[in-house]
Design a protein around this ligand. Structure first.
Ligand code: GRG
Length: 309
């Protein structure tokens, strides 16, 4: 097999998309853009706390999806980068708040001490608030050469995604379900389509909106994102049981400890894996009309199921 930058050539001379180098290159672009997005001003503590979590690593899956769909539907990386950074700011703030003692009470995230362990609960709450507000400012103030109507649609999409109709709503039902391991698979799916799936869907859809994609494209890409979003969470639940603290960068086994209903607790690991694979197959089926141009999205979907962190 011959390896080029983003493609490998197999023995039949067919091009195989080389996901690892693609993810590495995109992550590096996103990391640089995030580093440049937020400098330290006064009061220094809050900027340091915001940068601590924003630059703590992570796969950068949401920004990478946003850039990929923008390119797929005719846009460029530059058009989507401010929104890609905003998505990571929102994701990071949700992790900071999720880790607080009032919520999941975690000491480690991305292999480092959680924000409140370093800066205290008061500053961690404010660091999350600061990142959330800055995400919206950042899209509005830094997106150039795109019709304002598309930018307003992206901002509306992000607002809907973080609020009670999205992450906040999913988190509330998750908190209310704690200690009730007998909740139904419908409730579990509601939690995860809101808590995890909504931001992945917004990542995919916002890239397409910025590029001026048709309503038909946006519908197909939303469907792709909903499927990978749920598969992502099923695999996350399995990894909580099967992976180590080091692989996860946080304490493993917490779902069991908190008596949380999860997909493996409802269905067992094998059935959960089969269901996740079906969702990935359905996601990939949505990309049929894009042919080779959708290889990054297909490869990302397949990666979601085989990842170990
Ligand atoms: C959004 C206003 C607002 C408040 C937050 C706390 C909360 C409400 C929601 C919780 C959202 C949450 C933490 C969902 C879990 C999502 C998830 C599976 C995170 C792990 O994502 P990865 O694996 O992590 O992409 P990395 O570290 O790679 O970025």
């Amino acid at each position: 097999m011959v390896k080029t930058d983003e493609k490998s050539i197999n023995s039949d001379n067919a091009a195989i998309f080389a996901l690892p180098s693609y993810l590495k290159q995109r992550k590096s672009l996103v990391d640089k853009a995030l580093d440049n997005s937020l400098s330290i001003k006064k009061p220094e503590t809050i900027y340091q706390a915001m940068r601590y979590s924003l630059l703590a690593g992570g796969k950068r899956l949401r920004p990478i999806l946003c850039l990929a769909t923008c390119e797929l539907t005719g846009g460029s990386i530059d058009m989507a980068m401010p929104t890609a950074c905003a998505l990571e700011m929102i994701h990071t703030m949700s992790l900071i708040h999720d880790d607080l003692p009032a919520m999941d009470n975690d000491d480690y995230r991305r292999g480092k001490l959680t924000n409140h362990k370093v800066y205290g609960e008061d500053i961690a709450i404010l660091a999350g608030d600061g990142l959330l507000a800055y995400a919206f400012e950042y899209v509005a103030a830094n997106t150039y050469d795109i019709p304002a109507e598309r930018i307003v649609r992206v901002i509306a999409c992000l607002g809907r995604t973080v609020g009670a109709a999205g992450l906040v709503g999913g988190q509330v039902l998750d908190l209310e379900s704690e200690g009730k391991p007998d909740i139904s698979s419908q409730t579990l799916t509601f939690i995860h389509t809101h808590k995890t799936g909504a931001l992945l869907e917004a990542s995919v859809v916002s890239g397409a909106i910025l590029a001026g994609a048709s309503a038909e494209d946006i519908t197909k890409l939303s469907q792709y994102a909903q499927n990978i979003g749920l598969a992502f969470q099923i695999i996350d639940d399995i990894l909580d049981i099967t992976a180590t603290d080091e692989e996860l960068g946080k304490t493993a086994g917490k779902d069991l400890q908190a008596q949380k209903a999860t997909y493996p607790s409802l269905w067992g690991i094998e059935k959960s894996q089969t269901h996740a694979q079906k969702l990935i197959d359905d996601a990939i089926a949505q990309l049929a009309t894009y042919e080779e141009k959708a290889e990054p999205l297909r490869a990302i979907a397949n990666y979601i199921i085989i990842r170990n962190h």
